[in-house]
Design a protein around this ligand. Structure first.
Ligand SMILES: [Zn+2]
Length: 173
């Protein structure tokens, strides 16, 4: 293998990892909003009759999170797993789901061996699978609130993953 090929592979793997991390971060926010009955973009609350944007906030002190707080994994590590404003502990499930997303994206790439249409479809459906997983394992009764499109996208994501592994399993023998 030539050096430029190695560098190229590392670049693509890093790319998959970053997309997976962001997908996990996005999934945490969406799962939280679904569990409290909020929409994706707008908050149910309105100020002076106007819709306001639903933004990620600390579930304890309600402080809205800034860009620095939204870096996957890194912000959790840098703050020692605590809210920067009220020092309330932030669950380890957040960095975990981000790393899980990155891991799945990398595994998918290693099996497919190249960036294909199915890689793109996989990355698009991955956050839905992560939302589903988060809601499935949350203690609240939010499972019943999972919208149908989350189920459909999760199913597509799982099927795509299984078929890609089955098609390319020979590469690993
Ligand atoms: Zn807080």
């Amino acid at each position: 293998m030539f050096i430029h090929e190695v560098i190229y592979q590392l670049l693509v793997i890093s790319f998959m990892a970053v997309i997976g991390l962001c997908g996990g971060s996005f999934a945490s926010a969406i799962a939280h909003r679904i569990s409290i009955g909020e929409g994706w973009i707008f908050s149910k609350k309105s100020v002076a009759g106007k819709k306001i944007f639903a933004r990620s906030a600390c579930s304890d002190c309600g402080h809205q999170l800034t860009v620095i707080d939204l870096f996957p994994v890194l912000s959790w590590v840098l703050t020692g797993g605590k809210c920067r404003y009220c020092s309330k502990k932030i669950s380890v499930k957040y960095p975990f789901i981000e790393l899980f997303g990155a891991g799945l994206a990398i595994v998918f790439y290693l099996f497919s061996g190249e960036i294909t249409n199915s890689s793109i479809l996989y990355l698009i459906t991955l956050p839905f699978f992560l939302v589903f997983s988060l809601l499935l394992f949350s203690r609240s009764k939010s499972f019943a609130k999972i919208p149908l499109y989350i189920f459909v996208m999760t199913l597509l994501n799982i099927l795509l993953f299984l078929f890609t592994i089955m098609r390319n399993i020979d590469n690993f023998r």
